[in-house]
Write a protein that binds this ligand. Structure first.
Ligand SMILES: [Fe+2]
Length: 307
């Protein structure tokens, strides 16, 4: 798949003058939707991880508008029940729309007998506890202020990791969406060979598919490419903010690869604590990287696209 930078990317001059610590939306007009997206929070019972995750929620709370929080997988570090309990205990009880997505670390329980099923149960129990809805599977659709979020997750312990049933679900849900509005597809994995993959996955040895949907990538891409209103969010690579690889136009869709929140990153801006605030306006979408640990915008990487 050929990588192509979006021709309509703009970085308005005013971004450089906006107060760095300001938590208000960037434009004067109130966003139709504003949400926070992070990936790879890798929670387990360890002091620094707990402190960073807690800071994320404090930071979300300090934003003038946050309609939901998307966590693009590897929510936990080992996928065991105890990890999930730690995450749950840190999430404030005040109502907040949280859209969790399952990552590979969230399935690590699969090493034990019947482990994959246990991992799925941990995940769906977590969704029920923190988001107030009970998904039937690790993939689901939710509407937030009328905007659809389609969340994907590995539902098969062996290759292919994404079942035909799930891909049919994606196809059906996309066909039902209003084509004049953006649709946010959330996945831990990116399409193969996007965002500088496989090199930007950071492994010394890799295959062409490393870091992506692997054997399911072509099938999933074939479905996504039927639409020009899809924004695909992924994590997994732990690639830092990168001016050419983080945000990409892939055929008809836009694709954003989120840096790892919990740890330092490679192939880009190193900092931990990074994520995005996404603001949806009447005719454009703003992607604003933010350090949620430092409470600072990363203006240089802000992108706005029309829709
Ligand atoms: Fe990760």
């Amino acid at each position: 798949m050929k990588k192509q930078l979006h021709p309509e990317l703009t970085i308005p001059f005013c971004y450089f003058f906006k107060k760095n610590t300001d938590t208000a939306p960037l434009h004067q007009e109130t966003p139709l939707l504003a949400f926070v997206a992070v990936a790879d929070t890798h929670l387990r019972e360890e002091g620094y991880r707990i402190r960073r995750f807690t800071r994320l929620f404090q930071s979300c709370k300090s934003m003038v508008q946050t309609d939901c929080l998307v966590i693009c997988g590897d929510i936990t570090d080992q996928g065991i029940r105890k990890n999930w309990e730690v995450v749950e205990s840190l999430i404030p009880k005040t109502p907040m729309c949280i859209l969790p997505c399952m990552g590979n670390h969230d399935t690590w329980e699969e090493e034990s007998e019947g482990g994959f099923d246990k991992a799925v149960t941990h995940f769906t129990d977590f969704c029920t506890a923190v988001s107030g809805f009970e998904p039937n599977a690790v993939y689901y659709k939710r509407l937030v202020k009328g905007f659809p979020f389609i969340v994907l997750g590995r539902d098969n312990p062996q290759e292919p990791f994404f079942s035909d049933k799930q891909i049919a679900f994606l196809e059906r849900e996309l066909s039902l969406c209003d084509r004049k509005k953006p649709v946010f597809v959330v996945s831990h994995y990116a399409l193969n060979q996007t965002h500088g993959l496989p090199e930007t996955f950071g492994d010394e040895e890799y295959e062409d598919y490393t870091g992506g949907f692997e054997g399911c990538s072509d099938k999933i891409n074939a479905v996504l490419q039927k639409y020009d209103n899809v924004i695909l969010f992924s994590g997994h690579s732990h690639m830092g903010l990168n001016p050419t690889c983080t945000f990409e136009k892939v055929g008809n869709i836009h694709s954003l690869n989120l840096p790892c929140f919990m740890f330092g990153n490679h192939h880009g801006l190193y900092h931990c604590g990074l994520g995005y605030v996404v603001e949806v306006y009447e005719h454009s979408i703003l992607f604003r990287p933010r350090s949620f640990l430092r409470g600072r915008w990363m203006h240089r990487y802000t992108i706005e696209i029309p829709y």
